[in-house]
Design a protein. Structure first.
Length: 326
């Protein structure tokens, strides 16, 4: 006989109503847009971002091309700063330019010739020796002998500034700095030194005295004129013999040639007939055919127009010829 179910075991039947059947349907209807909208939005954003990147790519490339060409343009212009015309500019000078405290005389021209031959950038700082610029404190700070030329190299040893005076010392310094026109091999270097010092101690001072007594002395002193004219003639003879069978003083063009050439260039002022010295005359022409040498020789030529006439300007003569210890 079957047992009667207990009251708690009987599950009541709930009749299905339209509201209950509609609820799940409504839930399904509202859920569909959420599932569809999210996937659709993300690809759209990614596609838009990709298009933006693609559109931006040509613009970046176009900008980088001019940047790559800039260094080449600067490199092509760099040699111009080493030319005499550019070097003489006194405004907006690059910090690495060598300052050349200068007046257009043979001693000053030695240095500008070397700078042009080496291709070093420089700028001229005029030192008007007829007006007494060489006695200014600013100049004496770098050249206590109150004589030009002098240089200030902002990129000296250990890349620190250095000031130098005396043209022979400057030529040697520039030769060591660049490795040009000053031999590294000891024997060849000593030979250049010999002829450099020969010019510094002989040809330069004697030719300078010949200039003075022949051109600028207040009165003609025959003994002085003869003394220095004859000594320069003797020195020309020494150099003429040295140049026999040689193109340059020490076989290869060097600072020895640069030191002597500006002085021999003024042979007429020294009372010399260059035709008497065949080897010297050929050397004078040979060195003068070097373009860099001539650029250096002509550097600062506009300053000559400002130079005092030492034959008639008493103030300039007193500045140059009447100085005593200070």
């Amino acid at each position: 006989m079957a047992k009667s179910p207990k009251a708690e075991d009987v599950k009541p039947r709930v009749p299905k109503t339209k509201a209950l059947r509609a609820a799940p349907a409504a839930a399904r209807t509202t859920a569909k847009p959420k599932r569809v909208a999210k996937p659709a939005a993300a690809p759209a954003r990614r596609a838009a971002a990709a298009k933006t990147k693609l559109a931006a790519t040509p613009t970046i490339t176009a900008k980088t091309k001019p940047e790559k060409t800039k260094p080449a343009a600067v490199a092509r212009k760099a040699p111009a700063t080493r030319s005499a015309a550019a070097s003489r500019s006194r405004t907006n000078a690059p910090s690495k330019e060598i300052e050349v405290h200068f007046w257009p005389t043979p001693n000053g021209q030695k240095v500008t010739i070397m700078l042009e031959e080496c291709g070093l950038p420089y700028r001229i700082v005029p030192v008007d020796i007829g007006k007494g610029d060489q006695f200014k404190k600013s100049f004496l700070a770098i050249a206590p002998n109150n004589r030009m030329p002098a240089i200030v190299d902002p990129a000296g040893p250990s890349n620190k500034p250095i000031a130098l005076f005396e043209s022979g010392a400057i030529l040697r310094y520039l030769g060591e700095k660049t490795g040009k026109f000053y031999p590294k091999q000891p024997r060849a270097r000593y030979e250049v030194d010999v002829w450099l010092f020969w010019q510094m101690g002989g040809l330069g001072p004697m030719a300078g005295q010949a200039h003075h007594f022949r051109q600028y002395a207040a009165e003609t002193i025959p003994y002085a004129v003869d003394r220095y004219t004859n000594e320069v003639n003797r020195l020309y003879g020494v150099l003429d013999k040295r140049l026999k069978g040689r193109d340059f003083i020490c076989d290869r063009y060097s600072i020895a040639d640069m030191a002597s050439w500006p002085w021999v260039k003024l042979h007429k002022m020294q009372g010399q007939d260059i035709d008497q010295f065949k080897n010297l005359k050929k050397w004078l022409e040979r060195v003068g055919n070097r373009k860099a040498t001539m650029r250096g020789f002509e550097a600062g030529k506009e300053l000559r127009q400002q130079a005092s006439d030492l034959r008639s300007d008493d103030k300039a003569r007193a500045v140059l010829f009447g100085q005593r210890a200070r």
